[in-house]
Design a protein around this ligand. Structure first.
Ligand code: CO8
Length: 258
């Protein structure tokens, strides 16, 4: 239960589920929704009972972008002084695994929100795009950067310069999404994936996420060195002892997140 108005927050076992909930505006990301998502993720990220965070929207729209009606009248100084959307850096720095379950439109800031997550699961009706250029702006929450890293320069340029959408199949081929599932199964599949992750050792899952993310920030040699040092440190955990003992004993591990 929560006081949020533009999102729903539920705890399903060890998974925190955030559902964007402005259906009349196709979940357009206004300042209130943005603040509520950041608050919910911050809360779930700190909660020891939570092992993974799932963000989803409706069957029609994950999110159709930043709220154009809210942004339209703003001046340069409004945007600059407020540092519009800087608060979403908090989502990028979430330490627990995050999954976006995307059905329908994930456009502009909606596509960027999905890309802030570690895994994107797409319904077969999902549509991704960075249409900002059609509004006389450019992506502003990392779209030109994260999309390029995910799908390469050729396709990122195509999407950012023409503003066209790509469907789920093209997005999967391009490497933006991890998997496509039938729209009717999206939430079940996403929750099953999130639960699988949440039932792993939390410290080890956090280390795995941190290590993969490091590859975006550094050279290969530094990244491999970082990974090796983190790998060594897994041997300081009880869960490494339990995981390996369980394999030898031919039983399922019982991780204690320690
Ligand atoms: N903002 C505000 N309202 C929206 C938005 C939006 N992004 N998208 C849809 N809506 C509203 C519509 O205005 C409409 O409201 P109403 O019924 O009151 O007129 C309602 O949602 C339903 O939308 P449509 O009637 O348009 O539904 P359709 O099925 O005909 O079309 C589309 C669906 C194709 C998704 C269409 O709504 C659309 O093109 N939406 C805009 C998509 C877009 O351009 N997104 C990018 C926005 S810009 C952005 O995200 C920039 C992010 C970076 C900012 C960083 C600043 C630093």
């Amino acid at each position: 239960m929560s006081d949020f108005e533009t999102i729903l927050l539920e705890r399903k076992g060890r998974v925190g589920v955030i559902t964007l909930n402005r259906p009349k505006a196709l979940n357009a990301l206004n300042a209130q929704l943005m603040g509520e998502v950041v608050a919910a993720v911050t809360d779930l990220d700190r909660d020891p009972e939570i092992g993974a965070i799932l963000i989803t929207g409706s069957e029609r729209a994950f999110a159709a972008g930043a709220d154009i009606k809210e942004m339209a009248p703003k001046s340069y100084m409004d945007m600059y002084l407020d540092d519009w959307f800087a608060a979403w850096d908090r989502l990028a720095s979430a330490r627990k695994p995050t999954i976006a379950a995307v059905a329908g439109y994930a456009l502009g800031g909606g596509c960027e929100l999905a890309m802030l997550c570690d895994i994107i699961l797409a319904a077969d009706n999902a549509k991704f795009g960075q249409p900002e250029i059609k509004l006389g702006v450019i992506p502003g929450i990392g779209g030109s950067q994260r999309l390029t890293r995910a799908v390469g320069k050729a396709k990122a340029m195509d999407l950012c310069l023409t503003g066209r959408n790509m469907d789920a199949e093209e997005a999967e081929r391009a490497g933006l999404v991890s998997r496509i599932v039938p729209a009717a199964d999206l939430l079940t599949e996403a929750l099953a994936t999130a639960t699988t992750i949440a039932e792993m050792s939390l410290p080890i899952a956090m280390m795995a996420k941190e290590s993969v993310n490091r590859s975006f920030e550094t050279t290969l040699a530094e990244g491999v060195r970082f990974e090796r040092r983190v790998f060594h440190s897994t041997f300081a955990t009880a869960d490494q002892k339990e995981g390996m003992a369980a394999f030898v004993d031919k039983r399922a591990p019982e991780f204690t997140n320690s």
